[in-house]
Design a protein around this ligand. Structure first.
Ligand code: DGJ
Length: 741
């Protein structure tokens, strides 16, 4: 890893064995972008990569000069990285190189989640200062390169060095100018119950974007995009990823201009955003993680998985294997009392489940979703002994106990709303829109964050609570805070999320032993920013095994298996009404932080035995399922094969588990070969089929066979017997276990 400054050619070269990132101070002081991709040799100049005729123009109108942090108003008509309203109302900026320095490690971003270093020499940071002497603005661009990761972490700090206030209209975390536009844009888009479906489409002239204006990163679009060559597959071809560590309104956008170059920018959504910069003040953008792979999307995902798991997640749970959870939501919804909960916990414990999580409905007078959010005291009508009694009884069973909270919300029917109606977000002159019978609290107000910290600390400190599921079930409407003057209302959304981060920060500090799981109506705020506080998230409310194939596949583009909570639920499935075999439900949910979302007291004896075997199997391979190298093999989004396959391989490649899923059965479809990845070609593996199905004559497991890693990867694993007969039916799954011998 090195950060080179070539004084003569005025070039910066950030490099490790996986990537190079090259910048150049152009003749007139603009900062140009030369290259991001596979590593280039050190000590050489790459100045020729920016064609000479574009350099040094005093008039750059229309020319595609590759800028590192572009601004508008002086001839670059493409999408800018930064836009500022100056005291005279103009918005013309001319940012030129002023200085630079390199720093060991990586600076923190005050108030925002960010990746970090833990050991000396792990990363270095380049800080380049640009300034505009007329506007009296300084922009510090930060680039961190880790020793052995194929990525560059970027962010910007924008400071007012003048005497009059300025208004920041847009401040991107990163902008990247690419010399051609032969790329496809990959985004993770969807909605409630179908989060992070992979969408891939070619870049075309003009702009394409994904974004959120909902106050959270959203189920509709995830704050991540990748650019992949049209021929790029999971295991071949170039891809560039941009992942934002931000949970609020974001934008990720591309622009192809007439010369065929492409610009991509990502950061806080400029729509509706503004930030008053007083003299001397500085604004810090969230950070963007840029990753590069020359060998397909799998490799890009691995770069993100490792970074987010090892250097974004923090706290005691970062390195611990996650417990197997039973959550009572779909088992009881709001209708429970202590005996019912304990019956669920007892049955779950007998099957080997380790953590009981009490979901919504334990507080205030909440018997449905129409009341009590904000009143974080126990509902003694349901739980006369309080949380402490249930928690202690669950612990006495030999399980851990967790609870659900939704801190950012207030119900109209609640004591909190009666006392502080002004804490609910809204424009005073307008009616407030209710959604799920609730309003959103104004998290930009420190007194709201203080109240929540005190109220939640009281609960979390009152009982042996080991796990918190932090939900967020509606988006923000009528965005406005009475605490901000009119000219600062554009700061509201960003201040909201800073308040959420502040509360998360304080609670995770105060309760370091608790495992936090983020949730937002399922996976509507599943982003890298959240992972800094909650190392796992509820991936989706949709627990149907077939739907989950798409959701987990898409989520795995960026987020590690350890972060994806995946539960087996009852059938008919509560979201889509589909009936899938219990075995298939587990075979999908295994690939994540595993658990159950059903009433175990209602299972038959065979099902109980099957669940116990699933739990035992997951425990045996937990390390692989949570921390193995995940490879996506057959996509649920492509062609009409009705098959999906993926696998996870141990870091030392000594073992692997493969999931193969047949969605709709095909008559007479014959055996097929599945090419595996990530194995050691020289190792022999014992390949066995795992099944927990009790009394299912379809699943006669053949005896294990021994095959080389080479043949499994080059020729493939022969999949037989899954789709051959009419008795197999739909929604079948196979789990293959590979152990080196
Ligand atoms: C939405 C979550 O995604 C569900 O799992 C559940 O916790 C409900 N909220 C409770 O209201």
């Amino acid at each position: 890893m090195s950060i080179e400054w070539n004084q003569e050619s005025r070039e910066f070269h950030l490099r490790n064995d996986r990537v190079s990132y090259v910048l150049r101070v152009l003749e007139n002081g603009w900062l140009g972008h030369l290259y991001f991709g596979s590593p280039l040799t050190e000590g050489r100049s790459y100045a020729h990569l920016v064609p000479g005729e574009f350099l040094g123009y005093s008039n750059r109108v229309g020319e595609p000069v590759p800028f590192e942090y572009p601004s508008g108003g002086s001839g670059d008509f493409r999408i800018p990285a930064v836009a500022i309203e100056l005291p005279d109302g103009s918005g013309v900026l001319d940012l030129r190189y002023a200085s630079h320095r390199t720093l060991p490690g990586k600076p923190v971003i005050p108030g925002l989640p960010s990746t970090y270093v833990e050991v000396g020499g792990e990363a270095e940071t380049l800080e380049i200062t640009l300034s505009d002497a007329v506007a009296q603005i300084e922009v510090r661009l930060l680039y961190t390169i880790y020793r052995d990761r194929p990525l560059i972490v970027r962010g910007a700090r924008i400071a007012n060095a003048g005497q009059a206030p300025l208004i920041l209209r847009s401040a991107m975390s990163a902008s990247l100018d690419l010399p051609d536009s032969e790329w496809q844009l990959i985004s993770l888009s969807g909605d409630w119950a179908r989060e992070r479906h992979v969408v891939r489409q070619g870049l075309r002239p003009g702009r394409q974007s994904v974004s959120s204006l909902r106050g959270s990163s959203s189920a509709q679009h995830n704050p991540f995009v990748a650019l992949a060559r049209p021929a790029t597959t999971e295991d071949a071809g170039e891809a560039i990823g941009i992942c934002l560590a931000y949970s609020g309104n974001f934008l990720a956008e591309t622009e192809v201009e007439p010369f065929g170059t492409a610009r991509v920018r990502a950061g806080i959504n400029p729509e509706g955003f503004s930030w008053l910069l007083e003299p001397g003040a500085e604004f810090a953008t969230p950070e963007a993680v840029l990753a590069f792979s020359a060998t397909g999307l799998d490799e890009l995902s691995h770069a993100y998985h490792d970074l987010l798991r090892e250097r974004m997640a923090r706290g005691s749970w970062r390195d611990k294997l996650r417990p197997i959870v039973i959550n009572n939501w779909e088992a009881t919804y709001f209708d429970f009392d202590e005996p019912k909960l304990l019956a669920i916990a007892t049955a779950a414990k007998e099957m080997g489940i380790e953590m009981f999580v009490l979901d919504d409905g334990w507080f205030g007078r909440r018997d449905d979703d129409s009341s009590s959010l904000g009143d974080w005291t126990v509902n003694t009508a349901k739980l006369p002994g309080g949380i402490e009694s249930v928690a202690r009884k669950v612990e006495a069973l030999g399980m851990r106990f967790g609870i659900w909270i939704e801190p950012e919300m207030v119900s109209r029917r609640s004591d909190l709303f009666a006392k502080h109606p002004d804490w609910a977000i809204g424009v005073p002159s307008r009616p407030k829109t209710e959604s799920r019978n609730q309003y959103v609290l104004d998290m930009s107000r420190p007194e709201v964050v203080d109240y929540l910290f005190d109220a939640l600390s009281a609960i979390l400190g009152s009982a042996p609570i080991s796990y918190v599921k932090w939900d967020m079930n509606r988006n923000i409407t009528e965005p406005f805070s009475p605490t901000l003057p009119a000219w600062r209302q554009g700061e509201f959304f960003h201040r909201y999320i800073l308040g959420v981060y502040a509360l998360y920060d304080r609670l995770t500090e105060a309760f370091p032993g608790i495992l936090f799981e983020s949730c937002a109506s399922g996976g509507a705020r599943f982003d890298a920013g959240m992972l800094a506080f909650a190392p796992q998230g509820w991936t989706s409310d949709n627990t149907d095994a077939v739907e989950r194939l798409k959701i987990q596949w898409g989520t795995s583009m960026v987020y590690p298996l350890s972060s994806m909570a995946a539960h087996v639920s009852a059938v008919p499935n509560h979201q889509v009404g589909r009936i899938t075999p219990l075995e298939t439900r587990a075979a999908v949910a295994f690939f994540g932080a595993f658990g159950y979302e059903l009433d175990p007291t209602k299972l038959s004896a065979d099902e109980t035995a099957e669940v116990a075997q699933q739990v035992a199997f997951y425990k045996k391979w937990r390390e692989l399922f949570q921390r193995g190298r995940f490879h996506r093999l057959i996509s649920p989004f492509e062609d009409d094969r009705d098959v999906t396959a993926w696998m996870t391989v141990a870091v030392d490649a000594r073992s692997a588990v493969v999931g193969y899923y047949s969605i709709l059965n095909r008559p007479n479809s014959g055996p097929t070969r599945l090419k595996l990845r990530g194995l050691d070609p020289a190792t022999s593996y014992r390949v066995s089929i795992w099944t927990a199905a009790v009394g299912d004559e379809n699943d006669e497991s053949p005896s294990p066979i021994v095959l080389g890693g080479d043949v499994l990867m080059a020729a493939g694993l022969v999949i037989e017997g899954l789709r051959l007969s009419s008795t197999q039916g739909d929604f079948r799954a196979r789990v293959y276990v590979l152990e080196s011998i």
